[in-house]
Design a protein. Structure first.
Length: 280
């Protein structure tokens, strides 16, 4: 009887059966609203992540303008302005200057950069000169010593300036008829740190040749001791020349790397890569 009345009341009441449906709809709407509420921080998080990726993209380092005084290359020009990067070394700046002055045949090892710094001591300007290493970075040094002028006199020099200086070297004579038939020899001013490979590259620059230095070899020839010796690419020709007892009986000859030296009577030293050819 009670069971029958319970069922009848559920059927006769217009609201008793709609309540669960209404609850179901409200539950679904609540879940849907909750899901959308949970998606908002995810979307904002993804947008922030994408913005972080945009910020972390690699950018080019800013260019730095330096002024280099180049009286060592040209007496007519006082200085040259260059645009370099923070990681640009002094040796790279020297090569840049030689290219701009069209002096590729000059040895870059003969030049270096010095930093002149002016300081005040008891009201008087004092100059300090520091010779920079080849791997020093002028861009970073300029950031530490800004190139500004003293305030009390407009004619005073800047606080710091880069000056191109020349190192000591020596003349090396190389017979280079293999490069040009009409040429007998070239005398180049090189540094004692210039290797054989760098010397061959300078000779190629003299003739505007695009060939590689490894296609050639430098030989030391003695007319008194009757031998010729191949110089290693990493040896220093100027230091070898200083050991000669007389320059009249020794000479450097540039030759290509042919197979004819293997057919000659001689032997190769595998440790020092030297070839001795005795004349009989």
């Amino acid at each position: 009887m009670l069971k029958h009345v319970h069922i009848a009341s559920c059927v006769s009441s217009p609201y008793s059966c709609r309540a669960p449906a209404r609850d179901t709809v409200s539950l679904i709407s609540t879940l849907s609203s909750g899901s959308t509420a949970e998606q908002d921080p995810l979307s904002s998080r993804s947008s922030s992540t994408s913005s972080l990726h945009d910020v972390s993209l690699p950018t080019k380092p800013p260019k730095i303008v330096v002024k280099v005084y180049v009286r060592a290359l040209s007496t007519d020009l006082k200085y040259r302005t260059l645009s370099i990067g923070p990681q640009t070394t002094c040796k790279e700046i020297v090569c840049m200057l030689l290219n701009k002055f069209r002096m590729k045949h000059r040895d870059p090892n003969l030049y270096c950069l010095s930093l002149e710094v002016w300081i005040r001591k008891k009201g008087l300007p004092i100059r300090t000169v520091m010779v920079l290493d080849d791997e020093a970075r002028p861009g970073e040094l300029q950031a530490c010593h800004p190139c500004e002028k003293f305030g009390f006199l407009s004619s005073n020099p800047p606080v710091c300036k880069f000056v191109l200086q020349m190192r000591r070297g020596g003349l090396v004579k190389v017979f280079d008829s293999c490069l040009m038939t009409g040429s007998m020899y070239k005398s180049l001013l090189v540094s004692d740190k210039t290797t054989t490979e760098e010397l061959i590259q300078l000779l190629l620059h003299c003739y505007n040749s695009k060939e590689r230095p490894n296609k050639f070899a430098l030989f030391e020839i003695s007319s008194t001791q009757k031998y010729e010796k191949r110089i290693h690419p990493k040896d220093y020709p100027l230091l070898i020349q200083r050991t000669w007892p007389s320059k009249e009986h020794f000479a450097f000859h540039l030759r290509r790397n042919p197979d004819c030296f293997q057919k000659r009577r001689g032997k190769w030293d595998s440790d020092s890569s030297l070839c001795f050819c005795l004349y009989i």
